[in-house]
Design a protein around this ligand. Structure first.
Ligand SMILES: [Zn+2]
Ligand SMILES: [Zn+2]
Length: 230
């Protein structure tokens, strides 16, 4: 069973919750899901880098709350940990956009490489990057994890409530991590809709603000929690 740890559980401007960012650690391998501002510092403070020899980064899309910390993370990995991180190649065009973004940030090609999703294996789990609808100007992806127990979905940012509803209803899917906003704004999932599909396998994350995070807990949803240790 996949159990992600979170270092941030907020949306674009949820300053106190931090940009949504999760990880899985498996012996000497670390899979980071998105790279919030201060991701490197938050991981270091939690001792997550201890014994790590491989770092793989899955980026769901390039909105700032999901990618703002990637330059520092890549530099910290190379210069302090001696590790060249691997970035998952969600698609050909996504790789090009990421390369351009990193170039603009002044992060040289030699400090990272791309890896096909099919070559990623953490906690005996494979993953697929699945295109989703979020905003017309960016390619966005959800992540489907599979292991011997079943499948687990991580929504990334999405406005595709129908697909979340179908995944929650699918018996093969053991867990659905899903973003939550007060309204959809044509880019997100409205909390009101999530109330109609509330169940044990649904875990809410990427809260628009603290108030929504508190309300989801009061309403009895499973919610992602910011973990304070490794
Ligand atoms: Zn976001
Ligand atoms: Zn976004």
């Amino acid at each position: 069973m996949i159990d992600l740890k979170f270092i941030g559980i907020g949306g674009a401007y949820a300053l106190t919750l931090g940009g949504n960012c999760a990880y899985l650690k498996d012996k000497d391998s670390l899979l980071l899901i998105d790279c919030c501002e201060d991701a490197a510092l938050k991981l270091k403070d939690r001792n997550v880098f201890y014994n790590i020899k491989n770092i793989t980064i899955a980026i769901t899309h390039t909105h700032s709350d999901h990618v703002a910390g990637i330059g520092t993370l890549i530099w910290y990995s190379n210069f302090l940990l001696g590790i060249k991180p691997k970035i998952i190649k969600n698609s050909q065009s996504f790789e090009l956009h990421m390369r351009k973004l990193l170039q603009m940030l002044g992060v040289e090609d030699k400090f990272f490489e791309f890896i096909e999703p099919s070559n990623v294996n953490v906690k005996e789990c494979t993953l697929e990057m699945i295109p989703t609808k979020h905003t017309p100007i960016l390619e966005s992806f959800g992540i489907m994890f599979s292991d011997s127990d079943g499948k687990y979905y991580y929504s990334g940012d999405t406005n595709d409530f129908e697909s979340i509803k179908n995944l929650v209803g699918d018996t093969q899917i053991k867990k659905v991590y899903c973003e939550a906003s007060w309204e959809s704004y044509n880019a997100h999932i409205a909390y009101q809709n999530l109330k109609n599909i509330k169940c044990d396998k649904l875990v809410l994350m990427h809260f628009e603000d603290d108030k929504l995070y508190k309300l989801a807990q009061d309403d009895g949803f499973n919610v992602a929690q910011i973990s304070l240790s490794e």
